[in-house]
Structure formats: C-alpha cells, structure tokens
Design a protein around this ligand. Sequence first.
Ligand code: AMP
Length: 186
Amino acid sequence: MRLIFLGPPGVGKGTQAKLVCDCFDIIHLSTGEILRTEIAVQSNIGNKAKLFIDNGKLVPDNVLLDIINNRLRNNDAQKGYLLDGFPRTIPQAEGLEKIMKNLSHSLKAIVSLSVDEDELVQRLINRSLESGRSDDAPDIIRQRQKVYWKQTAPLLDFYRSKNLLKEVDGSGDIPEITERILGVLK
Ligand code: AMP
C-alpha cells in the first residue's frame, strides 16, 4: 500500500498518518520530520533547509526529490509507505511519478483532508503552545497557509485528473476521522 496525505498545515495529517500506517503496517515518511532531523544534526541539507522552514517557505524541490529518491529505495520502504507533506508542488509530484515508475511502485490513493478555516486556526494555535516548532509562530503559520493554497492546492486537480484523489472531512474527533479515511481506502 502506497499513499499520499495532502492538506493544509494543522489539518491533522501527521496524527492520522501515524494511525493509518499502524493499521496497514507501512512506513510513515514525513518530509517535515526528516528536515527537522537534518536541522538538529546540522547536516548540509539541514543547514540549507533551515532558513526556508523558519520563514514558512518551501525548501527547494531538488532537495526534497533527492531525499525521497533515496528514502524510497530503502528496504523498509518496500512493504509500503505513506508520504506526509510530500509532494507539495507540481514539479515534486512530477518528480515523484518518475521515481516511483523507476521503482515499479504504484500509488493506491491520495487522501486530501480538509477542515474549516476556524477549526484549522484554533488547532494551530493549540499546537503552537506545545510543539516547540520554530515555524509555529502566528505570522509564520499564516505564511505557511498562504504557501499551501498557492503552491500545494493545485495538486488536488493534478491527482483528481488521475482518478486517485479521495477527499475526506477532517473535522471531528481523531477516531472518527481515522474511520472515514479507512472507509475511502477499502
Ligand atoms: P511540515 O512538518 O510538513 O508542516 O513541514 C514543515 C516545513 O518543512 C514546511 O513549512 C517546509 O518549509 C518544509 N517542507 C516539508 N516538506 C516539504 C516539501 N515537500 N517541499 C518543500 N518544503 C517542505
């Protein structure tokens, strides 16, 4: 099983991704988490990515495509994976298609989670109190939302046209949302 989770910051992708991965015994690949680890160990990638992340901007496509190209070749990725936070631009989605084709991997579905604007903002404010993430400050949160609508939302049409898009209501409590996601993956 190979899946992509799409949705604006704060929609609950990370939480749901972990639960769905446990359910199907596949690995959870969050590019945000991978980049935060690279920053923590001060690698070349981390040093390059930090400025973009701290300003709520996207890290350049070629950096992400290199990370994913390496990661999807690992042994642990052969049983399946869920991509959380990747792709985020059309060039990333096109690059991913090439990478997966080379590996003879096919996508089962793209799950798009959405919640209304008020709930989204409230969730991000709550998360900012405990996450310790440098990009969870209010002005950076707003910038990340803008980037999502401008650069990532076009992926909805991209995957809709390939008949792979499953749209799921991301409001309500956690188990209820997980049930909805599992329902569209049957
Ligand atoms: P996330 O944890 O998914 O919200 O990602 C946090 C930050 O990491 C984003 O705001 C971007 O700066 C960077 N990032 C994560 N994934 C990507 C991606 N696929 N393309 C570009 N930048 C990314």
